[in-house]
Ligand binder design. Structure first.
Ligand code: SAH
Length: 191
């Protein structure tokens, strides 16, 4: 998907809508912002960059792990056919769902739970995006990636040393991992 298509989708989504009252004045700043429950909404340039790496098509079905505010979810919903999003904190999941419904998105499926297990009933996914960092790539997510699909996922043992990794699966099912750049995400919390 070309750069300008992702940029247009990002412009169509107002970040203010996804932030707590006290943070709205900062919506235009390109930095992560707190959304409560010790979680953060990623900075817009990183959201756009990760979205580009997914190489979405209009027909794509996308899995997102870490709904958070729902800001990234909205951008995915602008670009793809269907978005399946998983969040482990019920209050954040509910707030995002109410918000995204109010904004009119009808192509998003919501789940509360551990995203490291993926969403087997809806798999395979042409694209998977993870917005919290595990120490190693959850095998279930690789399994649920479609042949020809892409996953972007931050990986790292500590918050100061994480790498955004792009995982691709070719048509024969061969999996390749490529580091993209350094990032800072909240940890992916698994049971
Ligand atoms: N894309 C979101 C980022 C939110 S921060 C945004 O821009 O708003 C990462 C989110 O991942 C947090 O909401 C956190 O609760 C969630 N998370 C952490 N571990 C998770 C897990 N195992 N499964 C699902 N969600 C998880």
């Amino acid at each position: 998907m070309p750069r300008d298509v992702v940029a247009r989708a990002a412009r169509a989504v107002r970040r203010e809508e996804f932030l707590p009252e006290a943070q709205r004045g900062h919506a235009r700043e390109d930095r992560p912002l707190p959304i409560g429950h010790a979680q953060t909404a990623s900075q817009p340039t990183l959201v756009a960059e990760m979205t580009r790496e997914l190489e979405l098509r209009r027909e794509s079905r996308v899995l997102e792990v870490g709904t958070g505010s729902g800001y990234q979810t909205a951008i995915l919903a602008e670009l793809a056919a269907e978005v399946f999003t998983i969040e482990r904190i019920p209050e954040l999941a509910l707030a995002a769902r109410v918000r995204l419904r109010r904004l009119g998105y009808g192509n998003i499926h919501y789940r509360v739970g551990d995203g490291a297990a993926g969403w087997p009933e809806a798999a395979p996914f042409e694209a998977i995006i993870v917005t919290a960092a595990p120490t190693t790539i959850p095998p279930a997510l690789v399994t649920q990636l479609a042949a020809g699909g892409r996953m972007v996922i931050p990986v790292g043992v500590n918050p100061d040393d994480q790498t955004l990794v792009k995982v691709t699966k070719d048509c024969d099912g061969r999996v390749t991992e490529r580091p993209l750049f350094g990032v800072r995400f909240v940890p992916l919390v698994t049971k």
